[in-house]
Design a protein around this ligand. Structure first.
Ligand SMILES: C[S@@+](CC[C@H](N)C(=O)[O-])C[C@H]1O[C@@H](n2cnc3c(N)ncnc32)[C@H](O)[C@@H]1O
Length: 318
């Protein structure tokens, strides 16, 4: 039953990327880049980050939000969101505060990450009250948290059998539209494991949109330096060879069973943000390293893949 492989030092370094991402998000939120009333429950402390890092995170969060919104506009709230490698993402709570809370929200990550997230949720009334149903029932079973419309599940995304079992336990429903989120996650999986996972998801959800945010264009000098820095922290990118130009990322999704796919590097995403949005953010802190920000934007991409006609027109400028 328990086919969870033991965690290697490399896995520990991957797990630590959640701490990094969450701290960077909290730092940017504190500086006013975007609003998130929940991130501070998950991250107690963060050092100030460089302006280019804050802007990079802003672009990442806005890009995901923009397409989450497009998805919900097309199918309403009778749908499900499956957050792969969710880390301490607060999207569930942010949607609950809007008119866009979805019928079912499933979060998957390594058990050590979901156990921490579960512990934090249990200790914070503000988080807990948004996941209890009318009877206030929240069940913790085998380390997973189940509530009406919210499931936080520990699993290794490299083990497809386990993913299938957990999705079933979380009430994933092939008949409902599904939004699949993979924000800085797939790149940590070996290409064969990522392919098996995506192929399964594409087959299981005939009406689905997938948002993938991760590195791209890694074959150049800047990419080499990024990889070397990550390796020095013990965190190799197992999927590095797939981090090519955005068009290749879109092609990869089509080959795995998604009918439509588009991808943009973050320079394009940045340019597509509304002028007043960009202007507001540019006023928050001076940025001396314009060139560095451009380089960072050129090495991250957002890919939007989908199945079913409903989501075929999701676009940067929609
Ligand atoms: C960089 S963090 C991103 C977290 C979140 N998606 C965000 O953007 O804030 C990467 C996350 O992917 C998770 N992850 C990476 N490989 C995984 C695997 N094989 N199984 C489950 N989770 C994994 C890590 O534990 C971590 O929480």
């Amino acid at each position: 039953m328990n086919n969870i492989i033991s965690w290697s030092a490399e896995d520990e370094a991957i797990i630590a990327t959640n701490t990094d991402a969450s701290e960077c998000k909290r730092c940017a939120v504190e500086l006013g880049y975007w609003k998130d009333d929940y991130i501070s429950y998950f991250v107690k402390h963060c050092d100030r980050k460089a302006p280019e890092i804050n802007r990079g995170y802003y672009a990442r969060v806005r890009a995901m939000e923009m397409f989450i919104h497009q998805f919900l506009e097309r199918c309403g709230t009778k749908c499900q969101i499956i957050n792969l490698g969710c880390g301490f993402d607060t999207l569930y709570w942010r949607l609950k505060d809007s008119t866009q809370a979805v019928a079912n929200f499933i979060e998957l990550d390594f058990p050590s990450v979901t156990a921490k997230k579960c512990h934090i949720i249990k200790r914070n009334k503000q988080l807990l009250e948004k996941i209890s149903n009318e009877d206030g029932e929240v069940i913790i079973r085998e380390g997973d948290l189940h509530a009406d419309g919210y499931h936080l599940l520990g699993c290794d995304l490299r083990c497809l059998g386990e993913v299938k079992r957990k999705l079933a336990a979380g009430g994933a429903d092939g008949a409902l539209p599904a939004l699949l989120l993979a924000e800085c996650v797939l790149v940590y999986l070996r290409p064969d494991a990522a392919a098996a996972l995506l192929r399964h998801l594409a087959a299981a959800f005939p009406r689905a949109a997938l948002l993938v945010y991760e590195q791209c264009n890694l074959a150049d000098k800047f990419g080499e330096v990024m990889l070397r820095n990550l390796e020095a922290r013990g965190c190799a990118l197992a999927g590095e060879r797939l981090c090519r130009e955005p068009a290749a990322q879109a092609e990869r999704m089509r080959a795995l069973g998604f009918e439509h796919a588009r991808a943009w590097d973050m320079r394009a995403v940045w340019r597509a943000l509304p002028d007043d949005d960009r202007a507001r953010v540019e006023r928050l802190e001076p940025l001396d390293e314009q060139e560095l920000l451009q380089q960072l934007h050129a090495h991250y991409a957002l890919t939007v893949a989908s199945r079913g006609d409903m989501f075929a027109d999701m676009d940067l400028n929609a």
